[in-house]
Design a protein around this ligand. Structure first.
Ligand SMILES: Nc1ncnc2c1ncn2[C@@H]1O[C@H](COP(=O)(O)OP(=O)(O)OP(=O)(O)O)[C@@H](O)[C@H]1O
Ligand SMILES: [Mg+2]
Length: 447
């Protein structure tokens, strides 16, 4: 038998051949990549504590033998599996279908690497624990009354074959909720595919979502299936739906009304059976009023609405989530931190969390790394200054503090890139410069 290779603690086992740019993107995000022929997977050695994600690459065809892979999944229940399927679709195979059902996510070639990297990060953060068939509503941690309302709605909406409009500020768990809707639906054995409408260049959106025929436009060398055809039988999450260009909105309306798509370069409608979930952090009603979003499409999408509450309204969930994120970090990394000091707990509860749960996760992880003692302090969480106004301060002061914090947060999130920061805050670049001056934030020093 071949020698058992040792894998580092954070590794993607790529069953197939990763492209150079894919390797590079994973390496940049701190993942080791091991290319392995699928039939050789029986010789893979894993430690129970390792973070290992399998990636089944089907772009070069379906492996002749799938049994070794199935066996591997049974033996290593802690290993999540992702899949890449070719844009031209796959030949029918019950064995392959069973394997794809076990995948936590399916990507269509060419792979959206930023999304894949994000997903890996989330799996590594423990969000994918036991999530082979996708997270259920229990993945949304929290006991607050508002979250219980969300969870109850999620359970009710999951089995209904209607679109769901998931709303909420950035980082409130919209994608997690969409995955839970899919996992609880009769479609759970079929693909769940998410696409960020704002991340695709406008000219490519139609082809990305609905496919194209060979020769449909310059560069369309071969027929390509769109997201809707690839996800047939399953669920599509259209993230940042407010960014969908108007022509693609018309095509989406056809999917919802008639259940058909037309590939770019073809007039032939093709039947697709896909449930549409849409997510947005902007107010779609305003976009409708401004003529940027079709009113009829809005009504179609807005039948079932799932609002994710901002973290600041979830009360004791903040501390619950913080402890959860710290515990799951401690399982994977050596850290002194065992809990939170009283001032840290107070700061957690008083902060207004513009980046919501994602921001909390990031702050806790960073604090766990920098903490010098067993108890994480407010300073470790970078919540050292009084961030929320105390009662004796006026509303004006409160607004100033919130504005400064939001600006600082957006600047950090965008690596101090003014254009990116302006997009996040939905203001002009000039406003960002003005706000920096107003709040005495010296950009060169901060950078
Ligand atoms: N209630 C929750 N319990 C546990 N983890 C959560 C919860 N809500 C969100 N998360 C985690 O927070 C991070 C952000 O969640 P998610 O990506 O679903 O948010 P989002 O609303 O889609 O954000 P964006 O608007 O930026 O796309 C993820 O790592 C997710 O697993
Ligand atoms: Mg999202």
């Amino acid at each position: 038998m071949a020698a058992v290779p040792e894998f580092p603690a954070r590794c993607v086992i790529w069953f197939g051949r990763p492209l150079a740019n894919e390797r590079a993107a994973l390496a940049a995000a701190g993942w080791q990549v091991r290319g392995v022929a699928p039939e050789q997977c029986a010789s893979i050695g894993m430690r129970g504590s390792d973070q290992i994600v399998g990636l089944l690459d089907l772009r070069d065809g379906v492996p002749a033998q799938l049994a070794p892979l199935q066996q591997l999944l049974v033996e290593h229940r802690h290993m999540s599996l992702l899949a890449i399927v070719p844009s031209t679709g796959l030949p029918p195979s019950p064995a392959l279908d069973a394997l794809l059902e076990a995948c936590v996510a399916t990507y269509r070639a060419p792979v959206d690497m930023p999304h894949l990297v994000l997903r890996l990060q989330e799996l590594a953060d423990g969000d994918g624990d036991g999530a082979r068939s996708g997270p259920g509503p229990q993945a949304l941690i929290g006991d607050s009354a508002v979250l219980q309302v969300t969870r109850a709605a999620l359970r009710k909406f999951a089995p209904v074959e209607l679109p769901v409009l998931i709303t909420g500020e950035t980082g409130t768990g919209k994608e997690l909720a969409a995955q839970a809707l899919h996992a609880l639906s009769p479609r759970h054995a079929h693909p769940f595919m998410a696409v960020n409408c704002g991340a695709i260049p406008a000219a490519l959106v139609q082809s990305e979502l609905f496919g194209h025929e060979r020769g449909a436009f310059t560069g369309a060398a071969a027929r390509r299936l769109g997201l809707f055809e690839t996800a047939n039988g399953g669920t599509v999450l259209l993230d940042e739906i407010g960014d969908l260009p108007l022509d693609a909105q018309t095509s989406l309306l056809r999917v919802l009304q008639e259940g058909t798509v037309e590939r770019v370069g073809s007039n032939r409608p093709l039947a697709v059976d896909v449930r549409v979930l849409a997510a947005t952090h902007v107010d779609l009603e305003t976009a409708v009023e401004q003529g940027r979003f079709r009113r009829d499409l809005f009504y179609r999408l807005n039948v079932l609405r799932l609002p994710l509450p901002p973290l600041r309204e979830r009360g004791s969930d903040i501390v619950l989530l913080a402890r959860h994120f710290l515990d799951s970090f401690r399982h994977r990394h050596a850290t002194r931190a065992r809990g939170f000091s009283a001032d840290a707990l107070r700061a957690l509860e008083r902060f207004h969390w513009p980046g919501n749960v994602r921001e909390l996760l990031n702050r806790v992880q960073r604090a766990a790394i920098v903490a010098e003692t067993e108890l994480i302090s407010a300073t470790d969480l970078e919540l050292g200054q009084p961030l929320l106004p105390t009662a004796h301060r006026g509303l004006h002061d409160a607004r100033q503090v919130a504005e400064r914090e939001t600006l600082l947060h957006a600047l950090r999130q965008s690596d101090f890139n003014i254009s990116a920061c302006a997009r996040t805050m939905q203001v002009s670049r000039v406003t960002i410069y003005r706000l920096c001056r107003k709040h005495q934030l010296a950009l060169p020093e901060l950078r």
